[in-house]
Every structure is written in C-alpha cells, then in structure tokens.
Design a protein around this ligand. Structure first.
Ligand SMILES: Cc1cc2nc3c(=O)[nH]c(=O)nc-3n(C[C@H](O)[C@H](O)[C@H](O)COP(=O)(O)OP(=O)(O)OC[C@H]3O[C@@H](n4cnc5c(N)ncnc54)[C@H](O)[C@@H]3O)c2cc1C
Length: 314
C-alpha cells in the first residue's frame, strides 16, 4: 500500500493506493473520515468555501495504474477516470467521435485548473459540466465494488447516486463512450423514395453561464439525434443539467417525439414538455423557472436549426 504523508498537523493524511482494491479498502477502513480525491480541484473549492470540512484521510486515486489514458476498447472509447480534462480536450479520438464532450470540456474552468482536474472527478461530483454531453452519447461508467468492476449507464448511476443517503461513494474507474452507429454512405438517389431514406445526424452542446467564459454553469444542454431528410426524428437524446442540478436525460420526451415530424406543433410540444420535465435546482444566481425556459429555448432552437439545415440541403 502507498505511503501516507502527514504534511502538517492540520492537513489530512494522504494515501496513494496503487490499485482500485487498495483504494476501496482504505475507504472501508476510514469510512466517513475518508474521501476519494482525483485532481482535488472541486474538493479544494468546497473546503475553502466551507461547503464541506477537510477530511482526516484523502485517498488519492492518481497512482492507480491504467486510469489516466484514453483507449479504444471493444465497447467504445474508454476514458480513464484519472485523465486530466486538458488531455481529454486535446485528444483527437474524442473530438472526432464525441465532439460535444470536447466542447463541454473546453468550457470548464481555465487551462491551469484543467491540467489537474480529471474527467472522473467531474463525473463523480454528479454536477460536472461534462455530464450533459456524456449523457448525450449514452455514456456508461465502469466502477469498482471492492471485488469486481461493474458497467452501468451513466444516467442510472447518477440517479442512484442522488437517491443514496450519503451521496455517491462508489469508486469510479472509467467512462465508456459507445461509438455511434454509422449511418453509412449516402446512397445515390434515383427518386423521392431514396431521398426520404437518407439520414442526417445532428447535435449540439451549450453551456449557459453567468458570464461569457470561465464561469459556473446555469444550464447545460445537449441534444443528439438523427433526422430523415423529410425531417422525421429517427433518434433523439436530450440531456440537461447546470449549476447544482444533477444532469438528466428527458427520456419521456425523447420517446414522445421519436418518429414525429419536426414542425411548429412539435416544437411547441418540446418546449412545454421540457419545462414540465426538467427539474433544475435553484440558487442565488438563477431561479428554477429561468433555468427551465433557458433549457427549453436551447433544445427547441437546436431542433429547429437541424430541420432547417436539413431542408436546405435537399
Ligand atoms: C476556478 C475553478 C473553476 C471551475 N469551473 C468549473 C466549470 O466550469 N465546470 C465544472 O464542471 N467544474 C468546474 N470546476 C470544478 C472542478 O474543477 C471540476 O468539476 C473537475 O473536473 C473536478 O475534477 P477533480 O479531479 O479535480 O475532482 P476532485 O476535486 O478530486 O473530486 C470531485 C468529487 O468527486 C469525488 N471523486 C473524485 N474522483 C472519484 C472517483 N474516481 N470515484 C469516486 N469519487 C470520486 C471526490 O470525492 C469529490 O467529491 C471548477 C473549479 C475551479 C477551482
């Protein structure tokens, strides 16, 4: 087991486990006196602002082997939880296949913080700004229960974490992004029938903050879908978050609009249902009502834009 260093009397003991099993064991041993730490950037702000007290034991996860890289696995792109946001941001595979995740990471903090901050910490916090974009790609998480690794949909993992009494205490290892199904080559069209079978992927991620840049989010929104060339929704994912809200997918709305034509009536429905279904937390900076209408406007305008661009290309 790694060395523990007590830097000053007031500082916590910092443990440096080499394996997930050791990290998990330390958490069992010290329980509520211990906290997992990755980059420590969010934890530090929480201690400094008094949101949480500095714990007696810090379990530093950065020495666990194999968690600080991106690699192509059988089920998709595996992003090790200890990968820094800066490495994620400059990774070509991530930006080629999951551009909205790269975009979301671009909007987080500033370069100096992104060098230390990790994707695992962003996700494990349950409120990180990368989460809505990850949900937009049906991301999964790989976590460790002390004996073995588990795979779970990120959306379910977040839901369980917010329902758990003591918050999220599971050890997150990696984030898994399944590659999107290829829509294939655009077929050569001979007539109207062929044209209507053509598909177009669209997507967008937005972070609305209190200022233009380097600011906490008020709303994060991700939309990712496929339209036929006659603007029928073939596939759609809508994810919303921001501020202290644990991001969610609007699965009820996604089901309602799958197979529907994008027209004025549909856009009104999307607006109304987003307001109904999204339950953001309010704080001093923005009311729930403001967050709801901002989210609904973002989703509706992206859907409208996708349909308009699609029609232009005919
Ligand atoms: C100036 C500044 C600006 C910021 N701006 C933004 C912003 O715009 N958007 C944003 O989303 N965040 C922002 N942050 C917060 C933070 O930097 C990011 O959320 C970052 O990604 C957290 O990662 P970390 O590795 O530093 O996490 P840590 O601080 O190490 O951990 C975060 C939380 O997750 C837990 N944890 C960490 N790793 C694991 C794991 N593997 N398994 C289980 N639990 C774990 C920790 O116990 C802690 O509760 C900002 C921070 C600063 C200081």
């Amino acid at each position: 087991m790694g060395m523990n260093i007590q830097e000053t009397i007031a500082s916590p003991l910092v443990w440096h486990p080499q394996t997930a099993a050791e990290a998990w064991q330390l958490k069992q041993t010290y329980d509520i006196e211990a906290v997992y730490t990755s980059g420590g950037t969010l934890l530090r702000t929480q201690w400094e602002s008094g949101i949480s007290a500095m714990p007696q034991h810090l379990i530093d996860l950065s020495a666990i082997r194999g968690l600080n890289e991106l690699r192509v696995g059988e089920a998709g792109l595996v992003v090790g939880g200890q990968t820094s946001l800066q490495s994620c941001r400059s990774n070509a595979l991530l930006s080629r296949h999951f551009p909205m995740v790269t975009e979301a990471i671009r909007t987080i903090a500033a370069p100096s913080v992104r060098q230390l901050a990790t994707i695992g910490g962003n996700v494990a916090s349950s409120i990180g700004d990368s989460i809505a974009a990850l949900l937009g790609y049906d991301a999964e998480v790989i976590w460790f229960d002390g004996t073995r690794e588990h795979r779970a949909l990120l959306s379910e993992w977040l839901h369980e974490a917010s329902a758990a009494k003591r918050g999220n205490e599971r050890l997150l290892l990696s984030v898994l992004l399944p590659f999107e199904e290829s829509l294939g080559e655009t077929p050569v069209s001979n007539g109207a029938e062929d044209l209507t079978s053509q598909m177009k992927r669209f997507g967008a991620y937005h972070k609305v903050g209190r200022r233009e840049a380097f600011t906490p989010s008020v709303v994060t929104a991700c939309i990712n879908g496929v339209l036929t060339c006659s603007n029928v929704i073939k596939q759609i994912r809508i994810a919303l978050g921001g501020g202290q809200t644990v991001p969610v997918r609007l699965e009820g709305l996604e089901k309602e609009i799958s197979g529907a034509d994008v027209d004025g009536q549909l856009l009104r429905h999307v607006y109304d249902r987003t307001i109904e279904l999204f339950e953001p937390r309010e704080d001093l900076f923005a009311s729930a009502a403001y967050r709801k209408s901002t989210a609904a406007n973002l989703i509706v305008s992206e859907l409208w834009k996708a349909a308009k661009d699609n029609t232009k290309q005919l």
